[in-house]
Ligand binder design. Structure first.
Ligand code: CAA
Length: 381
């Protein structure tokens, strides 16, 4: 068992790191303050290849597989988390749903633009009454000739204010419960699609979020993703990859917080000596290093298995649960090590602490991950 990254992925790692440090890092404060990522920065991320790293070359991806994807996402954790959020919702969620569900005509129509960052995508599953219990969604799609007429609403949709392409989930046969759910691609500007205002959030400023409303929105049958009734499996299969990416991102953010904490602890002198000489500080750093290492191994293991074609539902949930809970602890201790400075907006650590909070909620709460893990465990016992 070789736990070293192959040469190709080490090269990818250093090129993504260089792009992130040189092109994105100078803008991270401005993104926080304006609550906006400029189109030119999104275009730069597209040109760097960031949107397509883990996706099939056949559809315009870079073909580095899920391990390559995780290696890259980890490096994206070195800057404002909102940058990755735009990419993750576009290719990781919207693109993956189309890639999984097909058919080829829909893949050909949308994936090259999503995987090159030419178009921003969104993934619309959650509803006001269907968050963790996503299978109980109420949006309905009624067949009308060769089209569907869709009514309903979605909530907390990442990228909605700026997205050009939306994958939405609606029920075509409510009598079948989650087996009636069907996925569709909808373009911005479609008659009957209303996009709400950008929601104000605790963190992730720069990454936009809004509600969607569908008012008798007519969608041609040719925009259906997968078969009728397959939508819930497509949604959950997509979330396996989303959760894996979020775990990798959490590892990257935690690593940056640890590096900064260690550096600060060595330079901050109190009682006549650097605070890094205090055992209380050393234990915080040691625990963070240990947990980051464990989370990284979980992420790489799940990703490598996905690349072999294994279904990773349980492992992605484990990696997401462990990595995001770990990030919460590491971010809290990073603020503690930085003391008063850790609480000041002047330093990015305060922002990272707020941004970290959502990772335990979106793409399935920690409690949902435990449901998935326990469900698989009991099924196989
Ligand atoms: N891949 C393919 N099929 C899957 C699957 C997967 N990963 N996981 C489950 N399935 C299948 C099951 O085998 C089952 O199939 P059968 O009925 O044929 O046996 C079917 O899908 C339904 O599965 P469950 O019975 O397990 O479904 P459930 O209703 O009990 O739900 C749940 C389980 C795990 C709680 C699920 O509802 C869930 O994950 N909820 C959380 C939703 C979530 O993460 N939302 C986040 C939205 S996106 C976001 O947050 C980001 C953003 O910005 C948009």
């Amino acid at each position: 068992m070789d736990l070293e990254l192959p040469e190709e992925l080490r090269l990818l790692q250093s090129s993504v790191r260089k792009f992130v440090d040189e092109t994105l890092a100078p803008h991270e404060k401005e993104v926080e303050e304006k609550d906006e990522i400029s189109r030119s920065l999104i275009a730069a991320m597209g040109e760097s290849g960031l949107f397509g790293i883990g996706h099939d070359e056949k559809w315009g991806g870079q073909g580095f597989g899920k391990l390559g994807y995780c290696v890259a996402v980890e490096q994206a954790g070195r800057v404002n988390a909102s940058f990755w959020n735009v990419v993750g919702a576009t290719s990781g969620l919207c693109g993956t749903a189309i890639e999984l569900g097909g058919p080829d005509a829909v893949r050909e129509r949308y994936l090259p633009d999503l995987f090159s960052g030419k178009k921003v995508g969104a993934y619309a599953l959650s509803e006001p009454g269907a968050g963790s219990d996503a299978g109980s969604l109420k949006t309905q799609a009624k067949r009308d000739g060769d089209a569907y007429v869709i009514d309903g609403a979605k909530t907390f949709i990442t990228n909605a204010p700026i997205a050009e392409v939306f994958v939405i989930f609606a029920n075509t046969d409510p009598s079948k419960g989650n087996k009636g759910i069907t996925a569709f691609v909808v373009e911005r500007g479609t008659k009957g699609l209303e996009i709400g205002k950008n929601d104000e959030k605790m963190g992730l400023h720069g990454s936009t979020t809004a509600q969607l409303y569908f008012h008798s929105m007519r969608v041609p049958g040719s925009q259906r993703v997968g078969d009728e009734g397959q939508g819930f499996k497509i949604a959950l299969g997509t979330l396996d990859m989303g959760r894996l990416g979020l775990a990798a991102h959490s590892v990257g953010i935690a690593q940056r917080l640890l590096d900064a904490s260690a550096q600060y602890a060595k330079s901050r002198v109190q009682f006549g000596k650097p605070i890094a000489t205090n055992q209380a500080i050393q234990w915080m750093l040691a625990d963070a290093a240990t947990e980051i290492h464990a989370a990284r191994l979980m992420v790489y293991d799940a990703a490598a298995r996905a690349d072999k074609g294994e279904r990773i539902t349980q492992r992605a949930a484990m990696a997401k649960l462990f990595a995001t809970e770990m990030l919460g602890r590491v971010a809290d201790n990073a603020v503690q090590v930085h003391g008063g400075m850790g609480y000041m907006r002047e330093l990015w650590v305060e922002r990272a602490y707020r941004d970290a909070r959502i990772t335990r909620i979106y793409e399935g709460t920690s409690e949902v991950q435990r449901m998935v893990i326990a469900g698989a465990l009991l099924e196989n016992t």
